[in-house]
Design a protein around this ligand. Structure first.
Ligand code: NCD
Ligand code: ZN
Length: 346
């Protein structure tokens, strides 16, 4: 039987939500990953040390008994974020990084930063204390075409941030364009790449009628961009690493309100491995999934190993969200009802 054993990966971009959703979905991530950067865009965003501690405790409490999984918490930047909380939280290992959402660019980003120039003092402090900045790289200008928002963000905002804070450690998250791939390479920053942006192009949202299952932000772009992302992820280059951006939304919201986000946690590694196998790059997967991220963040890779076996299997269409055994809703999984080849060895 074909097998693949690698150092256990980390997920450098994950939405775990709260309450019963958190309790029902966390096992998918703790099975596959040792550590994950937890996004702070909860209903009330995580902007203080106290909130982060409460949220982190609720994540530990929701974990399956034997799981060894460590949430790396982030602080949600606002125009008025407390420099004191940011610095104290980073120095005391409460926050691993800070997350910049330009206001109204994605799910639960309405409290985000309205004018990035207003938080240059925050970047100055972060550069000084070596705290990583994770960026949702899109402009919020409604006059900019949604397919151009990443590129315009790079030109209008990111280039200046890098110019003024050349030592600031930056991760451009869930990149979707060839333009971003080139920019990341040329500017010595890091980038995460999601499984869904490696599999779908923008046609997916319009195949056989409007389909919100494939709607996420930044939206998938043209096929040529997907091809660049595949080349980047499978190249082994140190600046590109795994970040699932698994973003669960209950079916009722996703189907009727079309909220942005794709839930890929149950299939995350199988999904990436399909691409790496098709590219004959399985030998590069450990770098992308388990080595490049820790290296970029100056932390050691995990000690644990994990094995995947080649066993074609069909992906369930929905994950049920239960409370005390009673089904409260369901969430559609990425690759629902498709066949994937690689499976976690239990
Ligand atoms: C994310 C979510 O649902 O929280 N949605 C998404 O489309 N990716 C937020 C984000 O990372 O943009
Ligand atoms: Zn996200």
């Amino acid at each position: 039987m074909k097998q693949l054993t690698i150092i256990k990966p980390d997920d450098w971009h994950l939405h775990l939500r709260e309450g019963i959703i958190l309790k029902n979905i966390i096992k998918f991530s703790s099975d596959l990953f040792c550590r994950a950067i937890i996004m702070p865009n909860t209903k009330i965003p995580i902007t203080t040390i106290d909130q982060a501690i409460l949220y982190r405790n609720s994540i530990y409490a929701a974990l399956p008994k034997k799981a060894k999984f460590h949430p790396l918490m982030t602080i949600y930047l606002t125009d008025n974020i407390s420099l004191n909380d940011l610095e104290k939280g980073y120095k005391n290992n409460i926050f691993f990084a800070a997350k910049l959402y330009p206001a109204n660019t994605t799910t639960n980003s309405s409290y985000g930063v309205k004018n990035i120039n207003n938080i240059y003092k925050v970047f100055e402090l972060m550069e000084k204390i070596k705290m990583p900045l994770l960026i949702h790289g899109e402009v919020n200008d409604p006059n900019v075409d949604i397919f151009d928002r990443e590129q315009v963000f790079i030109d209008k905002e990111l280039s200046s941030i890098i110019k003024y804070f050349p030592k600031l450690k930056i991760v451009l998250e869930h990149i979707t364009t060839s333009y971003a791939v080139d920019f990341v390479r040329e500017n010595n920053i890091g980038a995460t790449i999601t499984p869904h942006h490696l599999h779908i192009n923008r046609n997916a949202m319009f195949f056989e009628g409007l389909n919100s299952d494939f709607y996420c932000l930044p939206v998938a772009k043209r096929e040529s961009n997907r091809v660049s992302l595949i080349k980047a992820a499978t190249s082994g280059e140190e600046c590109f690493f795994l970040g699932t951006d698994s973003a669960p939304h209950l079916r009722q919201w996703k189907a009727f309100c079309g909220c942005a986000g794709i839930f890929n946690a149950p299939v995350a590694i199988s999904s990436y491995l399909k691409i790496f196998e098709e590219e004959n790059a399985l030998d590069k997967f450990e770098k992308f999934a388990s080595l490049n991220g820790p290296k970029y963040h100056n932390i050691p890779p995990n000690n644990e190993k994990i094995t995947f076996i080649y066993e074609p299997h069909t992906i369930k269409d929905f994950i049920e969200i239960k409370d005390n055994g009673k089904v409260q809703g369901k969430i559609k999984s990425f690759h629902s009802l498709e066949t994937l080849n690689w499976k976690l060895k239990l």
